[in-house]
Design a protein around this ligand. Structure first.
Ligand code: FE2
Length: 329
């Protein structure tokens, strides 16, 4: 029986994958064809016995795509996520409007699908962020709607090589983000989460208390909204496990992509208040585009992302498309 589990997975090669130091990015696992039929309950047992292998694969590759398993519903996805045994991270302080579907599964960003979402690490502008993310392709888009991925240390290395002084200043001072949150959720914006949802309360003093824990200052506005100031917060982090520096910030999305009624765009500056040079930010976006992989979603896919190693984005699409998410501490 043990042998059965050991050979539970086959590593697939698929188009659009990249090779990074002879490791496929992302790594793609599918059921071993000799194990068919491969039931969900067998799979969840297998996860427990294969945890070491899966953790080490994620460590090496940065992202693992599970393709060809029999995930049909949000509940299947929830069971799969649970099987890994990672602790759930509540979405406190995050900017995207999200709805709980089942268990620890939420909708991913609910902003209109024609809007692109630029590359980001999940909740990089907050002191507490998820270490891992799971995404589930519940409804496959007919075209577009991919989740591009890019390795964060490569973005750092290329930026450092091209703009050494800029990166040095960034490492020294970090970034400050200023973002307005409305009183009610604005589903037309990828960062349209209201302060009430963001801090899970409609009590202003409780919101202030929770914001302070997230390193965020609040300034109440006459229209019921609130101006939040985050930082200075480090923009470059050190990935201790992989021993490399990573581009862990929301500079590009904040500067160019996080537009909504209240924020056009979000204000982001160096931690010492100095303005950021627009040309460098747009070039950073170009580098991310050059280095990324873009793999189309297939129904039932589950994508596991190491949030320290990899930045993700969203391509635009037409409806229908439904990707669900679960965040881990
Ligand atoms: Fe995200």
């Amino acid at each position: 029986m043990k042998d059965h589990y050991t050979h539970a997975f086959t590593e697939l090669q698929i188009p659009h994958q990249r090779n990074c130091n002879s490791i496929s990015f992302p790594s793609v696992l599918s059921p071993n064809p000799t194990n068919v039929p491969f039931s969900l309950s067998l799979l969840t047992k297998t996860i427990a016995t294969q945890k070491q292998f899966l953790d080490s694969l994620l460590h090496r590759a940065g992202a693992v795509l599970f393709r060809g398993f029999d995930f049909k519903t949000a509940k299947d996805f929830n069971d799969f996520v649970e099987a890994f045994g990672y602790e759930e991270l509540p979405y406190m302080g995050g900017a995207a409007p999200r709805t709980n579907v089942v268990g620890r599964v939420f909708t991913a960003n609910e902003s209109p699908l024609h809007q692109k979402i630029p590359f980001h690490h999940e909740m990089a502008q907050l002191p507490e962020f998820p270490s891992k993310l799971f995404f589930f392709g519940e409804i496959e888009p007919s075209s577009g709607g991919q989740t591009p991925l890019v390795l964060s240390h490569i973005v750092y290395e290329r930026m450092k090589q091209r703009y050494p002084e800029f990166v040095e200043h960034l490492e020294q001072h970090g970034l400050i983000y200023t973002l307005v949150l409305g009183e009610n959720d604005d589903l037309s914006s990828p960062i349209g989460r209201s302060w009430k949802s963001t801090f899970s309360t409609d009590d202003k003093s409780l919101a202030e208390e929770r914001a302070a824990k997230l390193g965020t200052k609040l300034e109440w506005m006459k229209d019921g909204g609130v101006k939040t100031t985050i930082g200075p917060i480090p923009a470059i982090k050190y990935d201790k496990l992989r021993q490399r520096k990573i581009w862990f910030n929301s500079m590009v999305p904040a500067y160019i992509g996080w537009k909504g009624e209240q924020n056009d765009p979000v204000e982001v500056t160096f931690g010492d208040g100095k303005p950021l040079p627009a040309d460098i930010i747009y070039d950073c976006l170009k580098i991310m585009e050059e280095e990324c992989v873009v793999i189309p979603w297939q129904k039932g896919d589950v994508l596991l992302i190491d949030n320290l190693a990899v930045l993700h984005a969203r391509r635009s699409s037409n409806p229908p498309r439904r990707i669900l998410a679960s965040l881990c501490k």
